[in-house]
Design a protein around this ligand. Structure first.
Ligand code: NAP
Length: 202
C-alpha cells in the first residue's frame, strides 16, 4: 500500500515535469538564419574595428557590402584590404552620421539595403563629473542621433519593399562605461531597438 502511495506521488511529480520539459523544447525561440549571400549589407563605421571585421565577414560570405564613415583615406584602405582578401568590391560612403541630409542622400544613392548595421561610435572615456558638456553632446550626436538618422533614412524604403525577402537593422550598443554618459546613450539604443520591432514589417 505504501509503495502504491509512493508511486502515485511520483507520477504526480513526474507528469508535470515531463510536460514542462516538452513545452520548453517546443516553445524555445530559435534564431532564424537568413544567408546573406547576394544581399546588400550596409555597415556604418565600417572602415575600422568591429565594423571593418563585419564588412570583411559579410564580403567573405558573398554579400554585397557598403561601408560608411567620415575619413576617405580610411574608407579606401578598408575597401582595398577587403578586395585583396575576398575579391569583393565594397562601396564606400564618406558621410558624417550627425548630418541627416547627408545620411539620407547616401542611403538613397546606395542600392536598396537588406541589412543595415548601425555600428559607428565614438567613446571618450572620462568620469561624468569631469566630462565637458561638448564632449557629452559629441558622443550623443554620433552614437545616438547618428543612429536615429540612419534608421529614419532607411525605414521608408525598407517598409515599402516588395518581394525582396526579409530586411533587418542591427544596432551596436555596449555594456561598458557604467558610470559614463556613453552607457546612457548606449542604453537608449536598446530602447530604440524595442520601438523598431513595431516599425518594421518583418
Ligand atoms: N571596441 C570595443 O571594445 C567596443 C565595446 C562595446 C561596444 N563597442 C561599440 O562598437 C562600435 C564600434 O566600435 P569600434 O571599437 O570598432 O570603433 P572604432 O574602431 O573606433 O571605429 C569607429 C568607426 O566609426 C566611424 N565613425 C566615427 N564617428 C563617425 C561619424 N560621426 N560619422 C560616421 N562614422 C563615424 C569611424 O570612422 P571615421 O572616424 O572615419 O568617421 C570608424 O569607422 C561602436 O559603436 C562602439 O560603441 C565597442
Amino acid at each position: 500500500m505504501a509503495s502504491m502511495y509512493f508511486l502515485f506521488l511520483l507520477l504526480i511529480l513526474i507528469i508535470p515535469i515531463l510536460i514542462l520539459i516538452i513545452l520548453t523544447i517546443i516553445l524555445k525561440p530559435r534564431p532564424t538564419k537568413i544567408p546573406i549571400k547576394g544581399r546588400h549589407v550596409f555597415i556604418t563605421g565600417g572602415s575600422s574595428g568591429i565594423g571593418y571585421a563585419l564588412a570583411h565577414e559579410a564580403a567573405s560570405q558573398g554579400a554585397r557590402v557598403s561601408i560608411l564613415a567620415r575619413n576617405v583615406d580610411k574608407l579606401e584602405e578598408a575597401r582595398n584590404s577587403i578586395r585583396l582578401s575576398t575579391g569583393i568590391d565594397v562601396s564606400v560612403f564618406s558621410v558624417d552620421v550627425r548630418n541627416f541630409d547627408d545620411v539620407k542622400k547616401a542611403i538613397n544613392e546606395a542600392d536598396p539595403i537588406d541589412v543595415l548595421i548601425c555600428n559607428q561610435g565614438v567613446f571618450i572615456p572620462e568620469e561624468f563629473d569631469k566630462q565637458e558638456v561638448d564632449t557629452i553632446k559629441f558622443m550623443m550626436d554620433v552614437n545616438l542621433m547618428g543612429t536615429f538618422h540612419l534608421i529614419k533614412a532607411v525605414l521608408p524604403s525598407m517598409k515599402s519593399r516588395k518581394d525582396r525577402g526579409p530586411c533587418s537593422i542591427a544596432l551596436m550598443s555596449s555594456q561598458a562605461g557604467q558610470e559614463l554618459i556613453y552607457c546612457d546613450e548606449r542604453y537608449c539604443i536598446v530602447t530604440m531597438l524595442a520601438h523598431l520591432v513595431h516599425a518594421l514589417p518583418y
